[in-house]
Design a protein around this ligand. Structure first.
Ligand code: NAP
Length: 247
């Protein structure tokens, strides 16, 4: 445990499970109060709030927010600021896959992935833009993917969304740099979560380190990007993939 983020609030979209939940716990272990943004508040988010509060003594509160909906993002950010007083760290983690070859990919599946993974980031960044400018400090962390760097077959929608996230990260970094707000992307490789369930056999042999990553592996990178240790780092993409996408 540390107190490096004491008094700061971290907002984590898709925070209820997988990588998002690990990031919530890790940032809480650094002293941050946590706003868990989830599509709905339910027994999972209640259990996570309890776990975080008991383990780290910080505030953890759930905000229902579908990131594909701009109005819900604005409302959630407004409520978080009213309840917790500030937003210092925004982690755009919510994401989905709808894999298929382009030949058979349905347009609705292409749109759904772009709306959540790419537009979701844009909605949340836009909702936090003014508060970050006024505060003259902030950390935006966007979850991209090695799929957005490599272009994985069968993931046209997902790879395009995650490549878009990298461009959005660089634009945001340039626009907010003079306000002391940084924006960086994390590009995980193969991480064991619900998203990758059943796919281990297909991928592990391609990973130089011969193992899947854990949500905690990714959360530690997010912790660095959320902390003052990375104050001069912006517009960067950090791969965490056991070597999968070494250039
Ligand atoms: P996951 O276990 O499937 O969890 C995804 C989370 O996103 C869930 O909490 C889900 O909420 C939430 N979510 C989905 N759509 C949402 C929406 N419209 N609004 C709000 N929340 C929404 O996935 P994960 O593996 O932890 O992935 C987290 C992030 O890392 C994603 O952006 C993913 O693309 C990226 N990533 C993952 C891997 C990997 O190998 N796992 C690799 C590279 C990048 P519900 O519980 O309500 O469904």
């Amino acid at each position: 445990m540390s107190e490096i983020l004491k008094g700061k609030t971290a907002v984590v979209t898709g925070g209820a499970r997988g990588i998002g939940a690990a990031i919530c716990k890790h940032l809480a272990s650094m002293g941050a109060d946590i706003a868990i943004c989830a599509r709905k508040a339910d027994e999972r988010t209640e259990a996570l709030e309890k776990e975080i509060t008991e383990a780290y003594g910080v505030t953890a509160k759930t905000y229902a927010c579908d990131v594909a909906d701009a109005e819900q993002c604005k409302a959630a950010v407004k409520q978080i600021l009213a309840d917790l007083g500030n937003i210092t760290v925004l982690v755009n983690n919510a994401g989905i896959t709808r894999d298929a070859l382009i030949l058979s990919m349905k347009e609705e599946d292409f749109d759904a992935v772009i709306d959540t993974n790419l537009k979701g980031c844009y909605h949340m960044i836009q909702a936090c833009y003014r508060p970050f400018m006024k505060q003259k400090y902030g950390k935006i962390i966007n979850l991209s993917s090695v799929s957005g760097l490599l272009g994985t077959a069968g993931q046209a929608n997902y790879a395009a969304s995650k490549a878009g996230v990298i461009a959005l990260t660089k634009v945001t970094a340039r626009e907010l740099a003079s306000r002391n707000v940084t924006c960086n992307a994390i590009a995980p490789g193969f991480i064991s979560t619900d998203m990758t369930k059943g796919l281990e056999e297909q991928y592990i042999s391609q990973i130089p380190m011969k193992r899947a990553g854990t949500p905690e592996d990714v959360a530690k990178v997010a912790g660095f990007l959320a902390s003052p240790d990375s104050d001069y780092l912006t517009g960067e993409v950090i791969r965490i993939d056991g070597g999968l996408a070494i250039g």
